[in-house]
Design a protein. Sequence first.
Length: 250
Amino acid sequence: MILYEYPCNERVRTLLRVEYLFDRLFFFARGEDPHHHQIALATLFDLLDVCERADVRTAVLQDLDRHRSALAALREHPGVDVPTVDGLLTDIQGASAALAGQGRIGQCLRDNEWLSSLRGRITVPGGSSPIDLPSYYAWQVKPSETRVRDLNGWIAPMMCLHQAMALILQLLRDAGDARDQVASQGAYQEMLGGKTFQLLRVWVDGEHQVFPEISANKYVIWVRFSTQDNQAKPQAVARDVAFRLARCNL
């Protein structure tokens, strides 16, 4: 099954984008080739840009505080699995304390003159070539173990954000109730009557060779399945498509 996710507000959209960047960063940082490490550095700079524009740190801390209050209240309800709730509260407290004590995310990377000069050049087409940045080329030809060690050191200040954000998204995803649905003639609608959700998750069998286009507001969820022609252009399907839908909210 292939999973597609749709954020229902800008806060969740930003978290999913940051999660995507972290996944890409970790993948390429594990590589050995200098080209892998160039993508890792570019992705690290993308993360810094996102954090600067959206003030992700403040939003994540607010989310953690809200979830802590909700779980603390839930703990008093009869029938609640208290050890599980206590474990989540401990995880939230730890993630919040680590992130709050970090200060501005990635500030030590901004203070690194060499990284700052590379950050300004790496997004320019060809700007990081050996003729433009010989010091970067000198780093690229170092042994892969040295480059990996450097990358891990530069990634380390971002890990408290990754751990806190991953916890929030895990709680949100676990709050969804996945149900089997059928898109009649490729389209599915569900009236909500004013109820809002934060995240929609759609699973579809890869054998169908379709993908969903999803939209939602407080009135309706709309899922329309499309396929791709030989030029990858989306084409609406006109057959029934079975899928699973989870509506997530905390």
